[in-house]
Design a binder for this molecule. Structure first.
Ligand code: C5P
Length: 219
């Protein structure tokens, strides 16, 4: 069931590192014809460019590069290295950086009538009025296993314990920062991704999406 342009429908997916939010959001986007955006990729791109270009004034630099950034560009760069992950979560604490990326994400949501955005503060800050909000939860062990498997596929030299430690640190930073921390919105549906396989996880998400669609547009 793909939604055409007459529908206005937004979905927010939040959760910690490797909690399953990207996988879930991508499958749901494809199934219902929604416009997918990974806000993590935007933050990672900001981190990547600051590390690479070492600008004197980070904020002016980021303002400039996000003005005309095409999302497709992000798929061509490997943004998933440990160094970028770690630096990004430090940069993401900066209120001024968050303002730049908030603007970018809200423009995306305005230009696309059916956005599904995944990240940390989508339900609380970016799309506070989203039609459906999901909050992904996953044990540290399962999250680390997932990430470790991805790294192994790419032949990165990293141990399981290093992956686990890095996720733990990053989640702690994201949950405890002063601005837009990772928190569960009151009206979010919990998706316990370590207790579900991908099929059951997306079935659960579909159930809530279809319930809301019915309520909004009738059957
Ligand atoms: O989702 P992903 O792991 O790719 O995000 C990388 C980092 O970007 C997170 O650890 C977090 O510090 C930051 N981020 C954020 N807010 C978002 C998305 C990502 O602070 N909405």
């Amino acid at each position: 069931m793909k939604l055409d342009k007459r529908f206005k429908f937004s979905v927010a997916c939040d959760g910690g590192a490797a909690s399953g939010k990207t996988t879930g959001a991508k499958i749901i986007a494809k199934k219902y014809g929604l416009n997918f955006l990974s806000s993590g990729s935007l933050y990672r791109y900001a981190g990547y460019r600051v590390l690479k270009d070492k600008p004197k004034n980070k904020i002016n630099f980021l303002k400039k590069i996000f003005k005309n950034l095409k999302i497709k560009k992000l798929n061509k760069i490997n943004l998933n290295t440990s160094k970028i992950s770690d630096y990004t979560s430090l940069l993401a604490k900066d209120r001024r950086v968050r303002i730049i990326l908030k603007k970018y994400q809200q423009k995306f949501a305005k230009e696309n009538t059916k956005p599904i955005i995944e990240g940390r503060d989508i339900s609380t800050v970016i799309l506070p009025k989203a039609d459906v909000k999901f909050f992904f939860k996953c044990s540290l062990d399962v999250a680390a296993k997932r990430r470790f498997k991805e790294f192994r596929k790419k032949k990165y030299k990293i141990t399981f314990n290093e992956v686990k430690k890095a996720i733990k640190i990053r989640d702690y930073r994201d949950k405890n920062r002063a601005i837009s921390p990772l928190i569960q919105a009151k009206d979010a549906v919990i998706v316990q991704s370590d207790k579900l396989n991908i099929f059951d996880m997306t079935n659960k998400m579909s159930k809530f999406i279809e319930r809301k669609l019915k309520k909004k547009y009738g059957s």
